[in-house]
Write a protein that binds this ligand. Structure first.
Ligand code: DER
Length: 228
């Protein structure tokens, strides 16, 4: 599909931002998977010497498969470059992330990175955030109160289930629950982010504001660089 092509185009463009010796934060989702695969090829071909930490067990497995040396979390560990996708991004590089369920480790590692670069196909760039449901990672015990609080903020909350079985609740890599909140439009992302951060039991929310330094957006075969 055109979208799959654009994901690979954005991923390939991000590879040119990688320098020998870098410590990388490896993102999660299909666009990041394309980047990890291309990066692995460059490492295997001896073109790049890098190490990485993954933002999900899925990306960790892929990175291992393609031969990217992995670094365990340790005190003081910071990354030269983080590469990751997004579900939505606006012109100020405010993001909605978490469609792949990895928002907690993504925010953790992208916060610990000197430079966070977003890679995305053209469908992700939107004039206003919020058509994509906002993911939250929630401690199971807190769920009822979190659902009430999200509704009071104007979002329709849905507890995420496993694709294959609607009776099985999705669990994050931390074994927490995922709640997708349908706001339709988020006119004031900063305000909503602070409201969500004050709700006990929400361990992470999918608004990433002030983190991304640039985005590579593929439009067909062209790639535009967006800076806030
Ligand atoms: O879950 C995430 O944050 C992913 O980065 C997601 O937002 C992008 O997934 P995609 O590259 O498969 O569209």
């Amino acid at each position: 599909s055109q979208q799959a092509l654009e994901k690979r185009t954005a991923a390939a463009a991000a590879l040119r931002w990688v320098r020998d010796g870098m410590l990388l934060s490896l993102g999660t989702g299909s666009t990041s998977a394309a980047f990890i695969t291309l990066l692995g090829e460059a490492v295997q071909a001896g073109q790049l010497r890098v190490q990485g930490t993954a933002t999900s067990l899925a990306s960790e497995n892929l990175a291992r498969q393609v031969g990217i040396p992995l670094v365990e979390p340790r005190r003081g560990l910071r990354f030269d470059l983080a590469v990751d996708g997004a579900d939505e991004l606006d012109a100020q590089l405010r993001l909605i992330k978490g469609g792949g369920g990895a928002l907690l480790r993504e925010k953790l590692l992208e916060t610990a990175s000197e430079y966070f670069l977003v890679i995305a196909d053209s469908t992700k760039l939107v004039p206003q955030l919020g058509r994509f449901p906002l993911p939250l990672e929630v401690v199971p015990f807190a769920l009822p109160w979190v659902l009430d609080a999200v509704e009071k903020l104007g979002g329709a909350p849905e507890v995420r289930t496993v694709k294959a079985d609607p009776n099985q609740l999705y669990r994050s890599d931390q074994n927490n629950l995922l709640v997708d909140c349908y706001f339709n439009a988020i006119p004031d992302p900063e305000r909503l982010m602070h409201q969500l951060q004050n709700i006990p039991g929400i361990v992470e929310q999918g608004l990433f504001i002030g983190l991304a330094k640039a985005a590579l957006i593929a439009n067909g075969a062209d790639v535009q660089v967006i800076r806030p």
